[in-house]
Design a binder for this molecule. Structure first.
Ligand code: PEP
Ligand code: MN
Length: 360
């Protein structure tokens, strides 16, 4: 068990307001009534609680100024097994708060996390009527979610910026025809209402916005699942703190995405950090998806990286597919053709099963 002194030692470097985090692990016998009694006792002291009722144990996470709580008093309560200090600054995303994997409902009966694996596929950007043709092909190949950007974060302001709301409409039409959820990027907090009005299933926060805190807070106020990409040079801690921004506003439906990070290597667009996927699974209960397309930038590499990601324990894949990569408005060099995607999916289906997971 950590003592208050240990907590201080372990968290050197974190601001003091973030040092004081605690979890109370309850006895297996704790009744619902006992849990709500402790929760209201804690909340009356001005703290927030996060209750995770698992199969084997119930954990109450205490968020706020835990100096107001006497850990020994809390531990002396009948139903409390033990009280532990949590040294990491991320709380709601922390596996210590929530030992079981989170399963996120993306709509259309598609869930991700735990033993549920999903494949998100589609073009980099929505370009027009080819979207529905690509969507039909990826669905037939086994993809369970459709991707496509209507708002594109481009390095150059002169490059294709996306179709905007008309692109969202095309995605919604494809979603309705194929009964599959869509994942599409939101770049501006002022667009949240448009995404809500159009009932977008999953909002993506791209790598370039991974630390756009006003945007993270705004999507955190919704109930829409968020696919949060790791920043270009983002550390694992920074990714988890970005997730914390969303979750602290009340939205627990966060899916993390490893999409490659910038390193000294120049032969690939980025460096795919599969070790990071393994580390994330230890640190957080949130599902982790791997995007091999943006990680390497070369279509020919995508299948091998996708297979490696499944073996590393990813909960899903995000893969760019285009009917004519040479003519794609964006990211053609890393896009698979529908035939190549089909071939890859035949392997992925078997591999996912081998690792004991299910795809919709
Ligand atoms: C994308 O998914 O099209 C995209 C722009 O990805 P990233 O933010 O990872 O670069
Ligand atoms: Mn892209």
């Amino acid at each position: 068990m950590y003592t208050a002194r240990d907590a201080g030692r372990f968290c050197k470097g974190y601001p003091s307001s973030e040092r004081h985090t605690m979890i109370a692990i309850l006895k297996e016998s704790a009744s619902d009534e006992a849990v709500s009694h402790i929760v209201s006792w804690i909340e009356k002291k001005g703290l927030k609680t996060d209750v995770s009722r698992g199969e084997n144990e119930t954990i109450i996470g205490l968020v706020g100024d835990t100096t107001k709580i006497d850990p020994f008093l809390l531990e002396s309560m009948d139903v409390v097994e033990r009280v532990q200090r949590v040294s990491e600054p991320f709380k709601r995303a922390n596996r210590k708060f929530h030992p079981e994997d989170s399963v996120i409902d993306c709509g259309h009966g598609v869930k991700i996390g735990g033993d549920q694996f999903q494949v998100i596929a589609g073009p980099c950007s929505v370009e027009g009527e080819n979207l529905i043709r690509i969507a039909r092909r990826v669905k037939a190949a086994g993809a369970t979610m459709l991707r496509g950007g209507a708002y594109k974060p481009r390095t150059s302001p002169y490059a294709y910026q996306g179709m905007g709301p008309a692109g969202l409409d095309l995605l919604c039409e494809a979603s309705a025809e194929l009964d599959m959820p869509i994942v599409t990027e939101i770049m501006d907090p002022r667009d949240v209402q448009v995404f809500l009005d159009k009932k977008i299933d999953v909002m993506q926060i791209g790598a370039r916005n991974a630390q756009n805190f006003p945007l993270l807070k705004e999507v955190g106020k919704t109930k829409t699942p968020i696919l949060l990409k790791r920043g270009m040079s983002g550390t694992i801690d920074e990714l988890l703190m970005a997730a914390e921004y969303i979750m602290s506003e009340g939205n627990d439906s966060v899916i993390l995405c490893e999409r490659g990070i910038r390193t000294f290597e120049t032969s690939m667009r980025n460096t795919l950090d599969l070790a990071g996927v393994v580390m994330l699974h230890k640190m957080t209960h949130l599902p982790v998806v791997v995007d091999p397309s943006h990680a390497c930038g070369h279509a020919w590499m995508v299948p091998e990286l996708a297979k490696a990601a499944v073996a590393a324990g990813a909960d899903g894949l995000m893969i760019e597919v285009h009917n004519n990569p040479a003519k794609a408005k964006c990211d053609g060099a890393q896009s698979l053709t529908p035939d190549q995607f089909d071939e890859l999916m035949q392997f992925i289906g078997k591999e996912v099963e081998f690792f004991g997971k299910k795809m919709n």
